[in-house]
Design a protein around this ligand. Structure first.
Ligand code: SF4
Length: 519
């Protein structure tokens, strides 16, 4: 069945999930995956699937594994940094084996438009020995997601599909596949459950089983995948690409006559890499350009044996992170050079433009107090935006939910600032460790009720958990205080409490309630 109107990559992913009979979905908010989750939530009354927000990616994957083991196709929607958090069960899942198909949709952010780093989820395929699809177009995304569920059930492990914001927004007419089982819409292998026979193997035996039985299946898939497309046009330059940048390469080759003799190998399945296809493609060309986001993932695999011949990010022909059409044109213009040094100006806040917190943020009086205290452990979310000039409120920011544990490493009692969403994500683990380990830390919880940076999802109230751990937690309603006095008084009040609490031993908590303007 073909849909005659153009649809977006987002809509293609949603349709593919429905057409693949997905029954259980978990999602953790964050750019660019929130947009996908929002669409799934919007359509949830169709009755095809259950969908739940989770505050933590490890828990989100564990829930989906439970659904898979008991016979329901499931999906996990996370941003790229969420892949780090769910890595623990992911690493085990391939050896443990699953039941029905389980696809992890990883939203990468090339260019780090709204993220704390610019990592590349494709590496998790290599680490977890899991297949990774990297579609270029909405049709590819639709087809790859359909295939991914079936592949999970053939290999007995989860599959990752990596997407980006530009793929979500791309538009294309797509062809739908609606499968039927006994005349009814359904999956090819309905209700496949986890096979307990796996427990006859030792952990080492399970790993052996993966390499003896599963890996050859995955290699066969990679070498014969319809998602890896080759078009040979000449012998001089061959371009290898994956994901959304493949559509940019197609655009350059189809619109610029001067490059019409370049060949193109577009990879849609990047883990495992189709080594034979790549080798044959490399052998046919004098020079190879690898076009990919965000890291030099494919380039790193192939340049070890073909150092002089392979160009890409590592040779300086292309920038780290996002790839635009102009970058590909520049790389092709300079393909004869071994090294290029064009992309050496490091982006700064001054060159990109500042992204400050809201000027009427209820926590502004606190940030003004923190300006004079060093070090303050910050967290992901709004507070990280107070690190640069002029506020300079927090000094570190390593991970979502990480500030309390970071402050445990400071030599004296110092401050950890954490939002309520960060606390529910994993910060509570840091608080448990701070209390049980006897650390001296002042934790300031910013309770604004929502995940403000990721779309305003509701954030659970953990006050009862916090007070169970730290009974003399100080509660402050900052809006009420400012309404009854003024901002300067609020700053003085907070400054005095913080000074007093920093003199005490052990863990102290100040729990500040404030109404976010986005709520
Ligand atoms: S989004 Fe809300 S919590 Fe974040 S800076 Fe703005 S007002 Fe403050």
């Amino acid at each position: 069945m073909t849909i005659d109107k153009e649809i977006t990559g987002l809509e293609a992913i949603h349709l593919a999930a429905v057409d693949s009979d997905v029954r259980f979905i978990t999602a953790v908010a964050g750019y660019p995956i929130t947009a996908v989750a929002d669409l799934f939530f919007k359509e949830k009354d169709s009755g095809f699937y259950q969908i739940h927000w989770f505050t933590n990616e490890k828990a989100a994957l564990e829930a989906a594994l439970g659904a898979s083991a008991t016979g329901r196709r499931s999906m996990v929607l996370v941003k790229h940094v969420g892949m780090n958090v769910l890595a623990d069960p992911l690493m085990t899942a391939m050896m443990h084996t699953i039941g029905s198909g389980l696809v992890i949709l990883a939203g990468d952010d090339p260019g780090a438009k709204a993220s704390q780093n610019e990592q590349d989820s494709r590496f998790y395929g290599a680490m977890a020995e899991t297949a990774v699809f990297d579609p270029a177009t909405p049709q590819d995304a639709y087809d790859a997601l359909n295939r991914a569920f079936a592949l999970c059930e053939e290999t007995g492990g989860p599959v990752i599909m990596r997407i980006t914001d530009r793929l979500e927004k791309a538009e294309q007419c797509i062809r739908r596949i609606i499968r039927t089982v006994n005349g009814k819409k359904g999956t090819q292998t309905p209700g496949k459950k986890f096979d307990r026979e796996m427990w006859k193997y030792t952990m080492h035996g399970k790993h052996q089983r993966f390499h003896i039985f599963t890996e050859p299946l995955m290699m066969h898939e990679a070498e014969n995948s319809r998602f890896n497309r080759v078009s040979i046009s000449g012998k001089k330059v061959g371009i290898i690409s994956s994901g959304y940048p493949s559509s940019k390469v197609d655009e350059v080759l189809s619109t610029q006559l001067v490059y019409s003799d370049c060949s193109h190998l577009a990879l849609g399945l990047v883990t495992p890499l189709p080594k034979n296809i790549i080798k044959q493609f490399i052998d046919k060309h004098e020079c190879i350009l690898v076009v990919e986001e965000s890291e030099a993932f494919i380039e790193s695999y192939i340049d070890t044996c073909n150092l002089e011949k392979v160009h890409g990010k590592k040779s300086g022909h292309l920038p780290v992170g996002i790839i635009e059409k102009e970058h590909i044109e520049f790389a092709l213009e300079n393909i004869g050079m071994d090294k290029v040094s064009k992309y050496t100006d490091m982006q700064t806040i001054a060159t990109r433009g500042a992204r400050p917190i809201c000027s009427d943020c209820p926590f502004m009086s606190l940030y003004n107090v923190l300006h004079d205290i060093i070090p303050v452990a910050g967290d992901m979310g709004c507070s990280i935006r107070t690190a640069p000039e002029p506020l300079k409120a927090v000094d570190t920011g390593f991970s979502l939910g990480g500030s309390i544990a970071t402050a445990c490493g400071f030599p004296q009692k110092r401050i950890a600032v954490i939002g309520d969403f960060g606390l529910a994500h994993s910060g509570i683990i840091g608080l448990i460790n701070a209390v049980s380990g006897g650390f001296d830390v002042l934790v300031i919880v910013l309770r604004n009720h929502i995940a403000a940076m990721t779309g305003g999802q509701e954030s659970p109230d953990l006050l009862h958990v916090v007070t169970a751990l730290v009974p003399d937690t100080i509660l402050i309603d900052i809006d009420r205080y400012i309404a009854s006095k003024d901002m300067d008084s609020a700053k003085d009040m907070l400054s005095n409490i913080i000074k007093e609490e920093l003199k005490t031993k052990g863990v102290s908590v100040i729990y500040i309630e404030g109404k976010c303007i986005k709520s």
